[in-house]
Design a protein around this ligand. Structure first.
Ligand code: F6P
Length: 539
């Protein structure tokens, strides 16, 4: 495709220009820069002016988006067409947060009625548990939920609960994902089975970790409540309801979702049941409304003012133009500390691909590794490398203007750090200034020679700054949807299918074989290192 090749060549040329200047110089050179690169979308403010692009570079990148067919692909995604080509499915997570009666179709089949019916069932269940109408086998009200699931069946609900949970929850929500028994043991510890609901969440209902945890949790319920009693304490969420029922969950406690919902895009479905119950259905609905507002922005805003598109282009410019293999995500909000692990699955499972959607090897790099932690904690861990390491790692900073609780003076300290870090990354601190300061302190020239380079900050390190007025359900929904659409746009730019994850399969099947050997089965053929490890573990 000559047009697309020319657009990528223009990105490379823009990157060459970016290497030859400093980001900070662009503010003086481009008087309209800040306004042009600051966007409002669905209650979020996004400042992309500290990215390495000039305004003409951005115009070239928008040309790349057009040449790659972002507008057409967006239309196909939102129309429920088959965008997950390797699994022949749509990826219609937007239907899950559309207002009732939206009439959306997945691969031509109307799905909104089923979505609305499931949402009504979630509400009935959540309201019933919260009003103590739905009670446990002994008549006690439910006071705790143990949510069992992994990957997309875990990370979204965990993030939402951490972000929105009240200081003293009436219903405690705990999570167990890992097959390491320590996690479930901790989740169950101190809970009374008679007051505990176990929600098993698995799209496929075949996932080893989830089924193993579900069995242990069911045994824990049965030990106190008996078999019949325990059944009333189980609920499940699955796109394979027959498997959930075969496990022993009553049909009216199995909540549906569908193969056109990708696991890592499923928070908005009944996967959010535990959160809807523990936080209240109203909070869940408000989160859906925030995500829907971002969907509307993504669908309608021109590419030039489209937050997911611009965020994706900034990433692609850093990744492909400037060869940056990592990105840090630092929410300056303790309640958003699980945002980085959530994005790890969203971005790396979606776009960690080496061939395009037609199976052809890619010549360009795809998803960067994502890592991060809450600010200011990260400042005392990995920020040293961000400021002075040999790699340039772009940073997404997320800040929340009004704190959800606590002392406003502390919130100001937190925000001051968020802003200061973005500034420090951008401007750095020149060696001449450091030398002057050391000389003023009376250090001798030899010491200055050694110390000055170590105390210099090169700066010119890019960041995006996302500001939420407050961390409420609407803004949280919008924030997550923003990154979902950003990830999709990146996939379109790279020509990959963002909705499959074949790369997780090999390890799963090998683990089954290794487990059989650890449990005394006949030895299989392995490399010498693997054989030795199995032998050691069997001792
Ligand atoms: O890690 C692979 C994966 O298939 C994820 O994509 C998914 O979110 C997770 O496992 C859990 O799958 P399930 O919901 O089917 O248990």
């Amino acid at each position: 495709m000559p047009e697309l090749d020319a657009a990528w060549a223009a990105l490379d040329a823009a990157a060459d220009r970016a290497r030859a200047r400093r980001i900070a110089s662009l503010f003086a050179a481009e008087p309209g820069r800040l306004a042009r690169l600051t966007l409002e979308a669905a209650g979020l403010t996004l400042d992309l002016s500290k990215q390495p692009w000039s305004l003409p570079d951005l115009a070239e990148l928008l040309g790349l988006a057009r040449a790659a067919g972002v507008e057409t692909a967006r239309g196909r995604l939102l129309a429920g067409e088959i965008v997950n080509s390797s699994e022949r499915r749509p990826a219609l997570h937007v239907a899950l947060r559309a207002p009732p009666g939206a009439g959306l179709k997945a691969a031509g089949v109307e799905v909104s009625s089923e979505v609305d019916a499931t949402r009504a069932a979630i509400k009935r269940f959540a309201d019933g548990v919260r009003s103590d109408t739905i009670r446990g086998a002994t008549g006690k009200p439910f006071r705790a939920i143990v949510h069992i699931g992994i990957g997309g069946s875990d990370l979204g609900p965990r993030l939402v609960w951490e972000a929105l949970k009240p200081l003293k929850p009436r219903i405690d929500l705990r999570f167990a994902a890992n097959v390491d028994p320590a996690e479930l043991a901790q989740a169950l510890s101190g809970l009374d089975p008679a007051e505990t609901l176990v929600v098993v969440v698995s799209k496929t209902f075949t996932t080893l970790e989830t089924l193993a945890n579900a069995e242990i949790a069911r045994a824990w319920l049965r030990a106190t409540l008996g078999e019949a009693g325990a059944d009333g304490h189980l609920a499940a969420v699955s796109a394979a309801p027959e498997r959930a029922q075969a496990f022993g969950v009553a049909p009216d406690r199995v909540f549906a979702f569908w193969d056109w919902v990708g696991g890592r895009y499923s928070l908005w479905s009944a996967v959010g049941l535990s959160c809807a119950t523990a936080l209240g259905f109203e909070a869940f609905e408000r989160m859906l409304a925030g995500a829907h507002a971002m969907d509307a922005h993504f669908a309608e805003a021109p590419l030039e003012r489209n937050a997911p598109v611009l965020l994706a282009l900034a990433h692609v410019f850093n990744r492909n133009g400037l060869g940056r293999p990592m990105r840090a995500v630092v929410p300056y909000a303790q309640r958003l500390r699980l945002f980085a692990p959530f994005l790890q699955q969203l971005e790396m499972e979606s776009n960690g691909k080496r061939v395009d959607a037609q199976g052809r090897p890619l010549t360009r790099a795809t998803a960067a590794s994502v890592f991060g932690d809450a600010g200011t904690n990260g400042q005392h861990a990995f920020f040293q490398l961000l400021h002075q390491g040999t790699d340039i790692i772009p940073v997404d900073i997320v800040a929340v203007r009004e704190g959800s609780e606590g002392d406003p003076a502390m919130q100001r300290k937190l925000l001051a750090n968020a802003v200061a870090q973005a500034e420090a990354l951008l401007v750095g601190r020149g060696e001449a200034e450091v030398r002057e300061e050391l000389a003023a302190k009376g250090l001798d020239p030899a010491e200055i020679e050694t110390l000055a380079p170590q105390r210099t900050f090169p700066g010119d390190r890019p960041s995006s700054f996302l500001l939420l007025d407050r961390l409420d359900p609407e803004r949280l929904g919008a924030l997550i949807a923003l990154y979902e659409h950003k990830t999709f746009v990146e996939g379109v730019l790279w020509g990959i299918n963002s909705f499959d994850q074949w790369g997780v399969e090999l390890g799963k099947s090998l683990a089954t074989r290794v487990l059989a050997e650890l449990e005394g089965g006949p030895p299989g053929a392995h490399d010498p290192s693997t054989e030795a490890l199995i032998a050691r573990l069997k001792l």
